[in-house]
Structures are given as C-alpha cells and as structure tokens.
Design a protein around this ligand. Sequence first.
Ligand SMILES: *[C@@H]1O[C@H](CO)[C@@H](O)[C@H](O)[C@H]1NC(C)=O
Ligand SMILES: *[C@@H]1O[C@H](CO)[C@@H](O)[C@H](O)[C@H]1NC(C)=O
Ligand SMILES: *[C@@H]1O[C@H](CO)[C@@H](O)[C@H](O)[C@H]1NC(C)=O
Ligand SMILES: *[C@@H]1O[C@H](CO)[C@@H](O)[C@H](O)[C@H]1NC(C)=O
Ligand SMILES: *[C@@H]1O[C@H](CO)[C@@H](O)[C@H](O)[C@H]1NC(C)=O
Ligand SMILES: *[C@@H]1O[C@H](CO)[C@@H](O)[C@H](O)[C@H]1NC(C)=O
Length: 676
Amino acid sequence: MAPKPQNFLFLIFFLHMAIGIATTTNNNGFIFNGFTNSNLVLSGIAQITSNGLLQLTNYSKETLGHAFHPTPINFVNPSNGHPISFSTTFVFAIISQYPDVGGHGLAFVISPSKDLPGSMPSQHLGLVNTTDNGNVSNHLIAVELDTVQTIEFFDIDHNHVGIDVNCLISLNSTTAGYYDKDRSEFVTLILASGEAQMVWIDYTGEDMRLEVRMAPIKTKRPETPLLTSLVNLSDIVLDEMFVGFSSSTGAASGKHYVLGWSFSLQGNAQTLDFSSLPSIPYNKTQSNKGTSMVLPVVLPLTVGFFVFSLVIGLFLLVKRIKKFSEIKEDWELEYGPHRISYKDLFNTTKGFNDKNLIGSGGFGQVYKGTLPKSKVKVAVKKISHHSKQGAREFVSEIVSLSRLRHRNLVQLLGYCRRQGELLLVYDYEENGSLDKLLFGDQKPPLSWSERFKVIKDVATGLLYLHEGWEQVVVHRDIKASNVLLDANRNGKLSDFGLARLYNHGTNPQTTHIVGTLGYLAPEISRTGKATTSSDVFSFGVFLLEVVCAKRPMELNASEDVPGLVESVLESWKKGNVLGIVDPNLESLFDKAEAELVIKLGLLCSHPESAARPRMRHVVQFLEGSMQLPELSIDSLGNSARIKSYGVAFDDFVATALSTSDIEVFSDEIYLKDSCS
Ligand SMILES: *[C@@H]1O[C@H](CO)[C@@H](O)[C@H](O)[C@H]1NC(C)=O
Ligand SMILES: *[C@@H]1O[C@H](CO)[C@@H](O)[C@H](O)[C@H]1NC(C)=O
Ligand SMILES: *[C@@H]1O[C@H](CO)[C@@H](O)[C@H](O)[C@H]1NC(C)=O
Ligand SMILES: *[C@@H]1O[C@H](CO)[C@@H](O)[C@H](O)[C@H]1NC(C)=O
Ligand SMILES: *[C@@H]1O[C@H](CO)[C@@H](O)[C@H](O)[C@H]1NC(C)=O
Ligand SMILES: *[C@@H]1O[C@H](CO)[C@@H](O)[C@H](O)[C@H]1NC(C)=O
C-alpha cells in the first residue's frame, strides 16, 4: 500500500522533532514532563525556572508571556484539504497575587507565529490587541482559562474556560470544572486555586469537533467533555502553525505555570508522568507539615510549662481579642477572601502609626503597609462608619467594587469591619496623588506630556466605570487628589463608588450630598442625585485644574476673586485661551493639546447637564479619533445661550451618528462586525 500523503507529513514532523529534542518525541508528537532543557521559544516575561517549570508570568502587572514549540505543524492534509486530528494535554497552576482576584489567565494557542507580535496584556491574554481582535487574518485558535470577567468580550464569569477562534469573544465557554461520573455531578474547579490541574484538548478532523476537558491532577480523564465547538480548522490554519501557551497579567496579577505538556497529531497525546513533574513553589497546605513529628517528643517536657503559660496566655488573649476584635457575621463567610483581618492591618501599619500615614481626606486617614503573607504593598483607608442597617448590602457592594478591574483604577483588595470603623484595603501606588505633584513644589513640574497622559488615563478609567461594567458606577468625587500615579506614572482613579458606600451608612432618609465643593455639578443641589453626567462635570473641572495647576476654588477666598472656571473664560474672552496654562510649564507644552483640554474642560463643566458630552465621546476627543465641535465662548459662558448650545451639541452627535463613523459610537455594532 502506498503511503498516504498524510503519513508523509508526520514523517517530516517526526524528523523535525527528532532533530529538535531528542528526549521528548514519539512518532508524531512530543512530551515534556517538566521543561528543563526544553527548546521552547519564549517571549515576554516567560521563563523556565530552575526546577523545570514553565513560568509564563509573575506578579508584575500588565505583562505577558508566551512559550511556543519551535517546530511548525501543518494541520491540514494538503491533498484533500481535510483537517488533521490532534490531541494535547497539559498540567497548569495559577497562583494569583491576591486571594480570589485573578489576573488574568492562560491559554493554549495555535498560531502562525511563535511570539504573537503586537498582542496586549490584561484582558487580551497576550493573544490579540484592540485593533486586531476578531480579524480573520489572525489565524488564531485558543482555549482560554480566564480568571477575570471581561464584559467587553461577553465573558460569563471570572472562572471560565472558552474556545476562541481569532477573537476573544468565545465560540463556546463555560465555568471551569468537570463531570464526575462516579458522583454523577458537575464539580466546579477554581482556576486560580494554586493547585495543579489538567486540561485535555482533542480535535477530530472527520467531524471537526474540538473538545476540552479538565480535572484536578491525577484524576482520570473525564468522559464527558466540559466544552465542545465545531471548528473547521482548514478555514483557519495556514500551512505552518505553531502550538504553545500565552498568558497575561493586568491590574491584578498572578503566576501562571505549566508543569508538563504533551502533544500528538492523530492518536491521543501521551500520558504525563506525574512523578517527574516539577513542583509548584508555593503551596499553602504544606506549611502545616512538621508539627506532627515534633509534638510527641517535646510534649511531656512542656506539660508543666504549658499549664503555667496557659493561665498567662488566657489573660493576654482576652486583652488581645479586645484589641483586635472585628465585626464578623455568618453571612460574611461567603465573602471570606475579601475579608482581611484587623490584626494584619493593625500590625502592618504599626498600629496605625502617624509614620505610616500617607494621606487624609474627607473620608478618613490612609496608611501604608505590607500584607504579611503575600508581601503586597497596600494602602489602608480607615473610615469612621456607623452602619446600623444594610450591612449586608454594604459588604456586597464593597466586594463587587473589588471585582472592578481596570489599569486606570486603583484596585480595591478587601475590607475589614470593626465597631464604628470600616477599613478598605487598596493596592499601594508608588507615586502618590496627582494633587501633590501638581501643587507640591516638585521640580521640575509635572511635564505637559505627563499631564496629558494622566488626563487620558483618568478618562479611560471613568469610561470603564460608566460603561464598561455590568452596572453603572458613578464615581461622585473626581478631583486631582483622587487620582494616583503608579510606579510608571500611569494615572489611576481611586475612591470610586466610595461616596455611595458612605451614604449606605448614614440615615437613608436624608440624602447626603457627597463630593467636593467646586467639583459638584449645579443640578446636584437641586436633585441631590449624582449621575454619570455630574461625574463628567467634575471631570471637566479636573481638566482645568490639571492644565492650570489651580484649584477650582480657594478656601476663604474673598468674593471678588474669580473661581477657576471664570478665570479660564476670562482669559478666553481676552483672546488668549492659553494664557491660563500653568506658568511653571514655561511654554513647554503642546499648544493644540492644551487648547483641546481647556475647551473640553469647559464643555464638560457646562452648567446644563444635557450639554455635557458622555465619557465615551470625551475619550474620543482626547484620542483625536473625533473632532471637538467648534465652541464659542458664548455657548459656554453666557447662561442665556445655554439651552441653544445643548441643542447644538445633540445635533452634532446626531449628525456624526448618521455618518459612516457609526461603529465608533456603539460597541455592539462594532463587536458584531469584528467577530462574525
Ligand atoms: C517578573 O519577571 C521580569 C522578567 O524576568 C522581571 O524583570 C520582574 O522583576 C519580575 N517581577 C516580579 C514581581 O518578580
Ligand atoms: C495589533 O497587532 C498587529 C499585529 O497583529 C499590529 O500590526 C498592530 O500594530 C497592533 N496594534 C496595536 C494598536 O498595537
Ligand atoms: C485585518 O488584518 C489585516 C492584516 O493585518 C488588515 O489588512 C485588515 O484591514 C484587517 N481587517 C479589519 C476588518 O480590521
Ligand atoms: C500541596 O501539598 C499537599 C500536601 O503536601 C498535597 O496534597 C497537594 O497536592 C499539594 N498541592 C499542590 C498544588 O501541589
Ligand atoms: C458548548 O459546549 C457544550 C458542552 O460540550 C455543548 O453541550 C454545547 O452544545 C456547546 N455549544 C456550542 C454553541 O457549541
Ligand atoms: C472547511 O473549510 C474548507 C476551506 O475553506 C472548505 O473547503 C470545506 O468545505 C469546509 N468544510 C466544511 C465541512 O464546511
């Protein structure tokens, strides 16, 4: 019988393999029980650890890691165009930096390149970027293990497995887990549990079925697949494809490991040898080891001493319990991971010592510290709080805020409740508040390009709060002192949602206006209600604040001293819009950008709410993808013309909507186009 062309392909594949890696081949695939001396092509921050783990990412934020097998594979039989079956299995582990806050995920990938050029971290998983997501010329197939729910990609939850073809909107996805045949039930697995888990991915060329299974390590392969999709591989793959892994971190991060991997064209992937897989460095349960041996030997000697110290101990304990007492109710158990013990917070801030104080504001004091186990630097916000009712909604709101994840938001990590006191724990941001950099006497002053970047960062963060999440989050208190800068001077919004939390604690009968004078939209005093539009107002004042390095109003200023907005309008009336720019910049700024920011600031802080743009448009103005409409000083300053201006702006948006730019305005339409 003449050899089928398909077999010829395997021979070529086999030869490649034999030359590439001697230890790990069988006749049509490869196996790695640990990756020591493997010849994987690594990029991003991926590395092979000294004990042979493939480590794709570490705790650094906004990073990505790739690892690909160097041998190109042809997934299609060139003679008849039919896709070829393949099978792969691997063991992975994800150790997230903070309990229950994954960041971001791991994917098995089939790709035309060995390094996925141009791909982005965070929700893009190192697979694609914002412009090429969904493009058929990606030729990309991935099985994602995703620990974050990205609404933009219609993710179902923050612990799911998905099959992706060219696009991060999965063809099919489901909560991680497996069907246990013996117990005849579905068992959920937590991807970021830190435990080693297995994945099997099988593709049958004949019926073009891609199947994904997973199970805890050393469990046998489940019969029922977790996930299936029909995928015509010959539509997608090119002649030469590569197989490997991609992983990324975002605002929260994690260590993504692969312990072992086998791959086979036709026929099942070889079974991994669990005994020779490298071990995962950090394993919580192991820390209890050792006590069992020590106790029986030492116990008799210590009984006497033990009784004595018990008495003293009890006395100290009572004192200590009082000192560290928290309010903890049964229903809070489900929020376990988000609770951080008062003792840890007390110790890390040296008992809320003044030396650790890094700020204080309307809500309370902020202290710096480091969490004992994870060594994460944190900022602890201590708020006096008297919540009689609604504690449950209150905590669930905190927990849901901590699920908000965006590179331009300061990550909320957890909380702790005490009598009359609430502690919120945030990521610590290295460069402190923008307020200090703007108004402190730092030399040289914050440059224009840095200011413009921070402005865009804050706009993006606020857009995410308003439109990017499952529910609308109104910030309520946007100002320079609520913007923090991380180590790379990226701008991050802090204190989002806090004003509302604060309201929960107070008497629900009275509507408490929270916010900062000078940044409050005028309609709030009438309606008492904060909206996304009142956030846009504060954002407008913030823009002027950053350009001019002036506070919106000085405390105790006499009546005839104009406020910030009046000064800006005044300068414009004199025909010198840029005359108001921070003199410390010494004309070292981009004139067009500065003018854009000033005019946008005035437009956003328009007294009439209907005239203010939405954050979606603000971001587009700032990025230059949409032109700011021609504004006249009268339309902004003269209250008699406010009404007509509002109409003008609506007209403007309506006109833009009817033109070919339509996808710019609607995510849904855009997504439909890009992932069909
Ligand atoms: C992560 O890995 C990169 C590259 O090896 C290194 O520069 C960085 O310091 C690491 N980050 C952490 C938090 O270990
Ligand atoms: C996205 O990736 C493609 C390559 O696939 C690259 O050409 C493009 O410049 C990237 N776009 C961005 C915005 O990074
Ligand atoms: C898809 O990518 C190709 C190559 O990068 C590019 O030419 C094409 O315009 C992209 N298509 C879309 C719809 O973005
Ligand atoms: C952690 O250690 C325990 C006890 O040694 C072991 O049973 C478990 O499998 C380990 N977990 C991982 C992820 O290695
Ligand atoms: C998704 O996978 C499940 C489980 O295998 C399967 O029952 C379902 O039909 C699949 N859905 C699609 C759209 O392929
Ligand atoms: C799969 O895709 C190939 C190439 O586009 C096409 O020739 C073939 O008919 C497709 N198979 C099925 C069953 O649709």
